[in-house]
Ligand binder design. Structure first.
Ligand SMILES: Nc1ncnc2c1ncn2[C@@H]1O[C@H](COP(=O)(O)OP(=O)(O)OP(=O)(O)O)[C@@H](O)[C@H]1O
Length: 350
């Protein structure tokens, strides 16, 4: 094997951090110049201002220095031509099946009977925990008119990368590939949109975003059973429904609304998560059931599905969301254990 071959082989171990495919496969390696023990590698990026340049350069250097004949590595960045960008987009899009999106992925749509129960908070934390467990996870914020995912996951103000043909690369938030209208448009712009437009946006989220191979796709539904949840369940008939509720909302009410939706779309409800179940104050270890007790359990019996977990009410959870830190990553809380248990039970429902 020539040194150049060894270099290309080694570069197959360096992934583009956003696309999660190696630089050779993505045709991102330009000229490689060998001068004695020194090597200069040209890497062509989709955009020259790529914020992940340092990561890529460090990874290239690390891999190439493993080769005995090499002592020094220099990485020079260039930008792809429009034609190269289009070829890359075509390559990535070509892998996705637009007739059956998420063919090999378990799709879980997270809904609630009413707003404000913490559905987006629960969805974000569950997604981050599944990713921490080693799964490849995507998250679509289908709450198009009331998107709160970018705030909770700390990606507010970030824009996903768009290729020249319209393919969008999702934003990576703590290992989760995320797409939310909140990262695509200016505030309040979506408020005038109505049902059919919203349904069309979801189709674009499925097909025009490059998701790659995912184990799980979590979809944060808008509250209730309006146009968006219905359209989504029709477009993704294999999606399963997970319900988030609080003890304050009566089980009968939620069951009626979501049971109706599930029966209309032939979807399966797979479990209930009760959020804001109880509060533990600073002065005692006792659980205080501020909003009432056991409505999650009642709902699970009514729908004949498991209660996957109970998440306590905590000031820190709200503070974390306001700061953009998922509470599973906040060591002051034991949320990681709680979500790990929920994720494990969720895996058992497959
Ligand atoms: N377990 C919890 N403890 C304390 N605060 C919480 C908890 N869960 C969620 N919250 C807070 O409740 C508020 C509503 O949460 P979130 O936006 O996740 O609800 P939602 O059900 O998605 O609402 P909507 O559907 O109306 O967008 C946020 O301020 C969030 O930080």
């Amino acid at each position: 094997m020539t040194l150049k071959d060894k270099i290309y082989k080694a570069l197959e171990n360096v992934d583009d951090p956003e696309i999660k495919k190696n630089l050779v496969e993505l045709d991102m390696i330009g000229d490689v110049t060998i001068d004695g023990k020194n090597v200069i590698v040209n890497v062509t990026l989709t955009t020259k201002g790529c914020p992940l340049k340092n990561t890529i350069s460090g990874d290239v250097e690390k891999e190439l220095l493993k080769i005995d004949e090499i002592e020094k590595v220099e990485v020079v960045f260039g930008e792809m031509t429009d034609e190269q960008k289009q070829n890359l987009a075509k390559k990535l899009r070509g892998e996705q099946d637009t007739k059956e999106p998420f063919k090999n992925t378990r799709v879980i749509a997270i809904g609630s009977g009413k707003g404000g129960v913490g559905k987006s908070t629960v969805t974000s934390n569950l997604a981050v925990e599944l990713s921490e467990m080693g799964y490849s996870v995507g998250l679509i914020d289908a709450d198009i008119l009331g998107h709160s995912i970018p705030q909770i996951l700390g990606i507010k103000g970030q824009k996903p990368m768009a290729m020249s043909d319209g393919t969008i690369i999702p934003i990576n938030a703590n290992g989760v590939k995320v797409i939310s209208m909140g990262n695509l448009i200016e505030k309040d712009e979506a408020l005038i949109w109505r049902g059919p437009v919203l349904g069309g946006i979801l189709t674009q989220f499925f097909n025009d975003v490059y998701w790659g191979e995912l184990d799980y796709m979590l979809i944060d539904l808008p509250p209730g059973t309006g146009d968006v949840p219905l359209s989504l369940m029709q477009q993704l008939p294999k999606a399963e429904i997970l319900i988030v509720t609080t003890p304050q909302i009566t089980a009968a009410d939620v069951a009626k609304r979501l049971g109706f939706m599930a029966s209309k779309t032939n979807s399966k409800v797979i479990g209930i998560i009760e959020n804001m179940s109880y509060f533990i104050c600073d002065n005692c270890d006792e659980k205080h059931y501020i909003f009432g007790k056991r409505e999650g359990e009642k709902l699970s019996k009514e729908l004949n599905v498991p209660l996957l977990g109970e998440i306590p009410l905590s000031t820190l959870v709200r503070e974390d969301s306001d700061k953009g830190v998922p509470s599973v990553l906040d060591e002051r809380l034991n949320m990681k254990d709680k979500y790990n248990l929920i994720a494990t039970k969720l895996l058992e429902t497959e």
